[in-house]
Write a protein that binds this ligand. Structure first.
Ligand SMILES: [Zn+2]
Length: 674
């Protein structure tokens, strides 16, 4: 039997080749990138130890650089599995959720019929284009000009006009041999119970809607008459047109999205046209429906992280909420969404015309990730002042997490939500640690809520820029120890802080305890004596260990003017940061436990080998910024530059220690704070 034309293309487009090949090989995690649709494995066609078998989802092809086997998904199945051609097609069809023509002869018939209808659609598109040039289309042309659509864009989108007489198109196509039934089936004509067929589109500006292969499958029409029942009208569902599986401008956008690695999803075709006119060619829109599952899958074929542009009003947020629900089960590595919320009451068309494309780009740039919108939806405008309300939120979040299909994505969402939850529930100004020490001028003012807040955290925000890696934590801990070792008087000065500040590194924390007990025993301690104690505890040259672990970049070796008081302040800040991190780690682990995450099992919430849950660094970074800012104020600018970041404090500390200022000049509190 023969397959209907386009059937194989549709199969290949619907099923990523990695899905078929991935059932038979094990991807090399280091070399592969699911986000890019780029996979490597040891070749299933020849024996090898290192992966030279490449699978490219975008091209739909595999290629082995060792034995030069190559082909598409069907070839893979026929060659590797020795399947017959039709069996391979059948497996693909199953993966795509499509009916096999062999099992359903009606499909072939429908394909034949579609081909017939498609011809009349093209004829209609040509008719409408011609009509836009006519005398009766003056108002339509004026409207298009008012919307700022250039002649080039008008031609590109093949904009046309349906004249005001009720039977213009029907009669035009009938005269060319179109059967009335075909016009009705294509949705070009309509018919009441007894009357004669009439045109579906009357006195409207017409936008042809084409599928990914460029075939005209439907029309959208914008009413010219002020009293029209519907301002926008689309073709009905037809054998050609399934609106839940169609995106306006998908063909041209696919090409542009491949170039710029991004995709904009607008609300309607006028928005798409405005975006394309402004040079943003990678734009699509659903057609008069909420975004469907099938449309999301189509978008992810075009870009890993489509940006959904919505009006920032209540309706826009409600639309975003619906998209979130559709998207959760489908999220996966390289399948994310962002939401760009436009100024209230604006659509891309309005915004670009009023403020230019730069304003639109800024909105897209500030797009929020799905998890941020999800959090806003679940928390904004609500109060969580009772245990019952908090428990209800936890239950909702757990239910949402359960809907995420991909286990790895689910874990990351759990961590991200746990972090936000920890910030939301954290009592104002309270540390959950039970240490006796309280910062003199801590960054967290009592009574002032330290909320990350359920509002916009954009990808460009300071919070998102950095997160403390395991290496950074280790570097800071080693640097603190090194400072104490080189300048033992600091141990006594900051004894309480050191005593309550736990270190995350199993080999460094014992050294901290050794230093504390050495001082607690009383009597003067020298660097030399401490070195001997640490060497014994570490079972090796402790100073060398610390120097290796505290890289220049972490503590800042650059020498600059600093003095004893400043060094002490810098050390205190380092300790405060260290303590913030361990406090936060504990809070997030507790939150994760509440959300049924990894913290529930082992109490640590560790995900990535750093000993910290993913995302913890974001909130920590926020606290560090506060701490740094507070320190900057305290120090009245001495040796601290304006941005007050950690490196400057570290640098001051390092500099003071390197110069061994303690030896020549005893510590004088207050020097730097004049
Ligand atoms: Zn090979």
């Amino acid at each position: 039997m023969s397959l209907p034309p386009g059937f194989l293309d549709e199969l290949r487009a619907r099923v990523p080749i990695s899905e078929i090949v991935g059932r038979r090989v094990t991807w090399d995690a280091r070399k592969s990138s699911a986000a890019r649709g780029d996979f490597w494995a040891c070749c299933p066609f020849h024996e090898e130890k290192s992966p030279s078998f490449h699978v490219d989802d975008r091209k739909g092809f595999y290629h082995c650089f060792g034995c030069h086997a190559s082909g598409d998904a069907i070839k893979f199945l026929t060659e590797r599995e020795n399947m017959g051609f039709m069996d391979a097609v059948e497996e693909l069809a199953r993966a795509a959720g499509m009916e096999m023509p062999a099992r359903d002869p009606a499909v072939a018939e429908r394909a034949e019929k579609r081909r017939g209808l498609a011809e009349w659609m093209e004829a209609a598109a040509a008719f409408y284009r011609t009509q836009l040039k006519g005398a009766r289309a003056a108002d339509a042309r004026a409207y298009i000009a008012r919307r700022g659509v250039s002649a080039a864009t008008q031609a590109r989108f093949e904009i046309g006009y349906a004249p005001p007489d009720r039977r213009a198109l029907t009669e035009h196509l009938s005269a060319r041999g179109a059967p009335i039934q075909a016009l009705l089936d294509a949705g070009l004509s309509a018919q009441s119970d007894h009357g004669a067929p009439y045109d579906r589109f009357i006195d409207r500006i017409i936008f042809p809607i084409r599928d990914a292969q460029g075939a005209c499958i439907a029309f959208g029409g914008r009413a010219m008459a002020a009293g029209a029942k519907a301002k926008y009208l689309n073709s009905p569902q037809t054998p050609l047109f399934d609106k839940s599986r169609t995106l306006f401008n998908i063909g041209p956008a696919r090409e542009a999205a491949g170039r710029v690695k991004s995709l904009i999803v607008a609300e309607g075709y006028m928005d798409v046209i405005a975006l394309v006119e402004a040079g943003l060619a990678h734009a699509v829109a659903p057609l008069g429906t909420a975004i469907t599952e099938q449309q999301l899958v189509m978008m992810w074929r075009l870009a890993d992280e489509p940006v959904i542009a919505l009006d920032g009003d209540a309706a826009g947020l409600a639309a975003a909420a619906r998209v979130i629900d559709v998207a959760l089960p489908l999220l996966g590595p390289g399948k994310a969404l962002r939401f760009a919320l436009l100024p209230q009451g604006r659509d891309p068309d309005d915004l670009i015309r009023a403020e230019g494309v730069a304003a639109m780009r800024a909105v897209l740039e500030a797009a929020e990730p799905l998890v941020a919108l999800l959090w806003r939806r679940e928390t904004e405008g609500q109060s969580f002042d009772s245990p019952e309300r908090r428990a209800a939120l936890d239950a909702r979040l757990r239910a949402l997490l359960a809907r995420i299909g991909d286990a790895s994505v689910r874990d990351h969402y759990r961590a991200a939500l746990a972090e936000r939850r920890a910030a939301l529930f954290r009592p104002a100004g309270m540390r959950s640690g039970a240490g006796p020490w309280t910062p003199r001028k801590g960054p967290f003012k009592r009574g002032a809520p330290v909320l990350e807040g359920p509002v916009a955290a954009t990808k460009s925000s300071a919070l998102a820029r950095a997160r403390s890696s395991a290496a950074e934590m280790r570097g800071r801990e080693a640097a603190i120890l090194l400072a104490l070792l080189r300048c033992p008087s600091l141990i006594e000065a900051c004894a309480e802080e050191i005593a309550v500040t736990e270190f995350t590194q199993p080999d460094l924390d014992p050294l901290r305890r050794v230093l504390i007990s050495a001082v607690a025993d009383g009597g003067a301690v020298s660097t030399q004596a401490l070195c001997a104690l640490l060497d014994a505890a570490a079972g090796r040259d402790a100073a060398a260990l610390l120097e290796a672990a505290a890289p220049a970049a972490q503590i800042g070796f650059a020498a600059s003017g600093a003095d004893a008081a400043l060094a002490e302040t810098a050390l205190r800040e380092s300790l405060a940061r260290q303590q913030s991190e361990s406090t936060l780690r504990r809070e997030v682990a507790e939150a994760e436990a509440a959300l049924g995450g990894p913290g529930a099992q082992d109490g640590s919430g560790a995900q990535d080998g750093s000993g910290m849950a993913p995302g913890v660094g974001l909130a920590i970074d926020g606290r560090l910024k506060l701490a740094a800012a507070a320190a900057q104020r305290d120090l009245c600018g001495a040796a601290i530059t304006e941005d007050g970041d950690e490196a400057h404090l570290s640098e001051a500390l390092r500099s003071a220690i390197e110069r061994e200022i303690w030896v020549r000049k005893p510590r004088r509190r207050g020097d730097a704070t004049n």
